[in-house]
Design a protein around this ligand. Structure first.
Ligand code: PLP
Length: 382
């Protein structure tokens, strides 16, 4: 028997980051020492007090279903965190999800239908495209690469890309894969266009806590944005909790009502004791987060300096733990060659909509970063 699949899934590519990881694992199984600069997860342990909070919650019997939108005490802690970011929400306007990815999936599925027009700022995180396509939407992409990945100088291009037909715009600052943090003027430009053309905006703020000397503004704080912004965030990056699967979205109540149906019929809820640990992560990890961010900043400086020694200039990231390395036009071939010849794993820029680059993650020790850059140089990749 041959199964028939919908266009929605067949028109989506498998994740390029996962494909590179699979290749790295294959080489490692054959005994190769791969410097993996492709990973999108902090190489720090989850803070001990968060682990303890999960154990205590398990011991206390918090192992059953929870309210679909998440336990009230976690939603209260999230509301407090959003207030710190300048955003005003009630606990009724927050849904806790198993990861920010699931939050984005639910929001996009609730907002986008066949033929809807969705605008992405390229390079854009790989899953936005897939999620929009799976929802039946069409993509318009605005390339920021000519502007060192900054949005402010590209506002005219964004203005040309949007129209009254635009339904949704996705903004991710600090950005994966560029590490760019968009200026307030850039976000105000987004606001003006969103208001003019009545566009809903998703603000993916999952790297908000990981910045170097800048304070990213939350889009929803801007005048005119509160009722058209959905803020997405999660615990994977800031608290080194990738495998715990915890995230959330906050937005106008009508969106929560609609997306909440999707949420309750698909995932029921995030894991009960993980939600309890999430409260500890939000309330008692300032020091651990600050230490991790400091380490990332040092590594960023190290990689930028090492690349400069090889005459490679990069747009210096101000947040997250990625940077885009300019490589050959055929970035796919460059990345395949780099992993095969130098045993250094990176992700091709074309996976993010921007060929000619490779994404480096500096969520690796200084020693491994030095080793990786040296190997790339030795094998002629820099
Ligand atoms: N948004 C961006 C920009 C990301 O880079 C990621 C993960 O890599 C996510 C969302 C999803 O994070 P998670 O599902 O682990 O919370």
């Amino acid at each position: 028997m041959s199964m028939e699949f919908t266009d929605r899934v067949t028109r989506v590519e498998p994740s390029a980051t996962l494909a590179i990881s699979a290749l790295a694992t294959e080489l490692e199984a054959d005994g190769a020492d791969v410097v993996d600069l492709s990973v999108g997860e902090p190489d720090f342990p989850t803070p001990e007090n968060v682990i303890d909070a999960a154990k205590e919650a398990m011991d206390a019997g918090h192992t059953g279903y929870t309210t679909s939108s998440g336990i009230l005490s976690l939603r209260e802690a999230i509301v407090d965190k959003l207030v710190d970011d300048g955003l005003e929400h009630t606990t009724e306007e927050v849904i806790v999800t198993p990861g920010a990815k699931q939050a984005l999936y639910e929001v996009i599925s609730a907002l986008v239908q066949d033929g809807d027009e969705v605008v992405l700022l390229d390079p854009a995180w790989v899953s936005y495209e897939a999620m929009v396509k799976m929802a039946g939407g069409d993509l318009t992409r605005v390339d920021l690469s000519a502007h060192e990945f900054q949005l402010e100088p590209a506002l005219d291009e964004l203005g040309e890309a949007v129209s009254d037909d635009t339904d949704l715009l996705i903004v991710n600052s600090p950005s994966n894969p560029t590490g760019a943090v968009y200026s307030d003027a850039a976000l105000e430009g987004v606001r003006d266009l969103a208001v003019e053309h009545d566009i809903t905006v998703i603000s993916d703020e999952i790297y908000k806590e990981i910045t170097y000397g800048v304070e990213p503004t939350s889009l929803g704080t801007l005048d005119g944005m509160a009722d058209r912004t959905v803020t997405v965030n999660g615990f994977s990056k800031a608290y080194s909790m990738t495998g715990w699967r915890l995230g959330y979205f906050a937005g106008p109540e009508e969106l929560i009502d609609q997306a909440g149906k999707l949420h309750s019929h698909s995932v029921s809820s995030a894991v009960n004791f993980v939600q309890h640990a999430g409260i500890e992560a939000l309330e008692n990890t300032d020091e651990a987060v600050a230490e991790m961010v400091e380490a990332f900043e040092q590594r960023r400086d190290l990689v930028v300096d090492l690349l400069a020694d090889h005459d490679v200039d990069v747009a210096v990231p101000e947040g997250a733990f990625y940077m885009m390395l300019p490589v050959a036009d055929d970035d796919q071939a460059w990345c395949e060659g780099a992993i095969e010849d130098a045993h250094v794993a990176t992700v091709p820029g074309s996976a993010f909509g921007t060929p000619g680059y490779a994404r480096i993650s500096y969520a690796a020790s200084e020693e491994r970063l030095e080793e990786g850059i040296e190997r790339l140089a030795d094998e002629g990749y820099l």
